[in-house]
Design a protein around this ligand. Sequence first.
Ligand code: ADP
Length: 288
Amino acid sequence: TVCVVGSINMDHMIGMQRLPVPGETLLGRTMGKFPGGKGFNQAVAAHRSGAAVRFFGRVGNDSEGALLREAFDQIGLEDRFLQVDPDSPTGAAQVLSLPGSENAIIVVPGANAALDVQALPEALLGADVLMVQMEVGHDTASAALALGKDAGVTTILNAAPSGSVTTATLALADIVVVNETEAAELGGVEALLQSGPDAVVLTLGARGAEWHVHGAEPIRVPAFRITPRDTTGAGDAFCGALAAALSAKISCGDALVRAAAAGAIVAMATGAQTETLCPRNLDRMIAR
Ligand code: ADP
């Protein structure tokens, strides 16, 4: 079982030619509304990679929160640990999608910022892996990792966004997952290893991924050769599938391959959550 503690948002996407300047009104071309948030994306990816998943997060007492709860039902994900905040709205992201697959994004955390980890020990009962990212804020992420340590589960920190990550937080993670930008912001892979985790997993987009440990050559896996359509959420799919594989006691090298396959499958589709991610398609991608 994988327990994911993290953010859950409603993403509002508008496709447009360019960004408006202050005082200007522009016409958009398309719009859509999708469930999102790094935490929820990773939970869905872990579930679609075949793991039993508990998502631990918080929405507002509003229509968007109700829509997100319905999404749990459609996806087949348990919503027992989804909290409802009486005061703050459901987290939201405004994604302005520009030509050439560039995005400008505004996130309003809302209820995510009020996530309460008091009930987390219950969600960790019988779990093998805890996955945390930084979108719920530094203190909540740290508290969650500390509770994971107490429960004796494997703790994974996806240090994204990396701005508020401290060495104390890194020390609570058994495994830290970062992309190249985050690794650079945190002083590089060596510095990350020095802060305490057993392993640092570095994702390299179309160049694959690496599993770094102290005093040994990293395990390197190439990316699967695909034609990317929308790489949004590739990193989240990678993290979710990695957590699922590790909870199934798959070795780190094979887990890395499965995670890279999940990243590739999501990069081939539009959006961060795609139904084409499933155990059968993971096996197919790996077998090519
Ligand atoms: P993030 O989305 O967090 O920046 P990356 O871009 O490093 O993360 O992508 C995460 C993983 O997804 C990569 O390690 C790789 O395995 C897979 N991936 C991402 N983009 C591609 C791509 N264009 N082709 C194949 N695999 C990809």
